[in-house]
Design a protein around this ligand. Structure first.
Ligand code: ADP
Ligand code: ADP
Ligand code: MG
Length: 467
């Protein structure tokens, strides 16, 4: 069935992004919002908007009944979950279908299978994809945890089977620490994710985070190459690129083929990401997890391939075949995305909600700013601090960084502190410029020199503004 109208079950910049894709396809849009979000950009852009409850996400964006009731009342054909919130909730996908609507994403069963990080490791193993050495399944007790740590050696990671967003992960250096942390990790996972299940992985100490974008229509699966997301803080990505820096062609081919094999194993439908750690020195990569949704950093892939991933996921949800064949998907140039958050990088990344007093956005070919902002908008304090993503595309990585520096200098968001100075400092850093970094680069860099560089960049900005 062709989708003629859809409900956006999300907020912020991704809601705006989904509306843009829907409009391009001639689809009517209905935006849900909480009482704190009546003024958000997506509400203004959608054809219709429905209040689904109070500010607390549990009572609005995470409230399955309220979202489905809004969809039914608005008479839409489909629901797009975006990322975060209900996007990786298999029961939500089932509830949408039980209400006679289309869920824009994989089946509830595929979400549950791949969203359970332990079950996903088993699917990967079945598809012949290498996984990080660690436990075969969930770990039932401390004796088993000790046995596995004895096999892999320290440091090891204790991970929550239901974890996500960088949460539910602990690094342990010794048996004594394992004894102490294991019960805590289980209690914490039960409280945070409603599932205390844990598993363990050896820590890959010097690895890059490389992930593969996949698209499936339930029969055919293609990949749209990889992204490099090693620059992370608290295990959350802050800067992403496509393609990965210095990835040998044979490794790229094996990585992308393995992601397709994994997705074929479950007849994947929709957009998804298979995440890996890549140990450059060993020339080895290891599967870590699958995200069964559109990802924050999807635009870098769109820039280098020319594919609109959100339009594609809407089309396949409506029953169409993939519009692209693998042999037609090619990499053109290089793209970088900087996540711009309402946080003060000069003050330990403290959240900084407030009102946008001015907004200047660079407007040139190859520069894209996916955002929820407009002048006069007041950022509510209840949600994620992501304001927008600056994405730059150029012929090669060096010219992309040069273009990014100019774009960051031209991007001005008045009224709140943002992470723009962090990105300016990173774009000017020699290691970042040469591509010489890994997942544990950013935090020590911030402590050693980054904070001073950010302060210097912030100082420049203040002078520039007062001049
Ligand atoms: P991406 O690679 O797309 O950035 P993330 O894992 O950072 O993926 O998650 C994207 C969004 O979803 C973020 O807003 C993050 O906080 C949220 N998120 C993902 N998984 C969970 C989870 N299990 N619990 C709470 N929030 C989550
Ligand atoms: P989430 O579901 O929170 O996104 P992931 O399993 O994808 O959790 O891991 C998030 C990040 O944590 C990775 O990008 C990487 O930086 C780090 N990480 C995860 N597993 C390992 C590991 N076995 N060794 C080293 N770093 C890891
Ligand atoms: Mg992840």
């Amino acid at each position: 069935m062709t989708i003629r109208s859809l409900l956006v079950a999300n907020r912020g910049e991704i809601a705006v992004r989904i509306i843009r894709a829907a409009k391009a396809l001639g689809i009517r849009t209905v935006q849900v919002f909480s009482a704190a979000d009546a003024d958000m950009l997506a509400v203004r852009l959608a054809d219709e908007a429905v209040n689904i409850g109070p500010p607390a996400a549990k009572k609005s964006y995470l409230n399955i009944e309220a979202v489905i009731a809004a969809a039914k009342a608005a008479g839409v054909d489909a629901v797009h979950p975006g990322y975060g919130f209900l996007s990786e909730n298999g029961d939500f996908a089932d509830a949408v279908e039980a209400a006679g609507l289309i869920f824009i994403g994989p089946s509830g069963d595929a979400i549950r299978l791949l969203g359970d990080k332990v079950a996903a490791r088993a699917v990967a193993a079945r598809a012949g994809v290498p996984t990080v050495p660690g436990s075969a399944g969930r770990i039932d007790d401390i004796a088993e945890a000790r046995r596995i740590a004895g096999e892999t050696g320290f440091p090891v990671m204790i991970k929550a089977a239901a974890g996500g967003g960088g949460r539910g992960i602990r690094i342990v250096d010794s048996m004594e620490e394992l004894d102490r942390q294991f019960p805590q990790a289980s209690a914490e996972a039960a409280a945070a994710f409603g599932d205390g299940g844990l598993y363990m992985e050896k820590v890959i100490t010097k690895a890059r985070h490389v992930e593969v974008q996949i698209l499936g229509d339930g029969q055919n699966v293609v990949h749209c190459f990889e992204r490099e997301c090693s620059l992370q803080r608290r295990r959350q990505k802050v800067w992403e690129e496509a393609p990965a820096v210095g990835l040998p062609a044979d490794i790229r081919a094996r990585l992308c083929d393995s992601a397709v094999a994994l997705a074929r194993e479950v007849k994947y439908r929709g957009a998804g990401t298979v995440e890996y750690l890549y140990d450059e020195e060993a020339g080895a990569f290891y599967f870590i997890e699958v995200n069964t949704r559109i990802q924050v950093e999807h635009p870098v892939t769109e820039m280098i391939t020319g594919i609109d991933l959100v339009q594609e996921m809407i089309r396949v949800a409506g029953g169409e075949k993939l519009s692209v064949r693998q042999e037609d998907i090619r990499i053109t140039g290089h793209a970088i995305e900087c996540r711009i958050n309402a946080e003060d990088p000069a003050r330990g990344f403290q959240p900084a909600p407030g009102t946008i007093t001015s907004l200047a956005v660079p407007d040139q070919p190859g520069i894209r700013f996916d955002t929820m902002l407009y002048e006069g908008y007041t950022i509510p304090p209840f949600y994620d601090s992501l304001l927008g993503k600056l994405i730059v595309h150029a012929g090669d990585r060096a010219s992309c960084i040069a273009k990014l520096e100019a774009a960051l200098a031209a991007l001005s968001i008045g009224g709140v502190s943002t992470t723009i100075p962090l990105h300016r400092a990173l774009a000017g850093d020699a290691a970042v410029r040469s591509g010489d970094f890994h997942t544990r680069f950013l935090e020590p860099w911030l402590a050693a020199e980054g904070e001073a560089r950010i302060a210097a960049v912030s100082g420049l900005e203040t002078e520039g503004q007062s001049a």
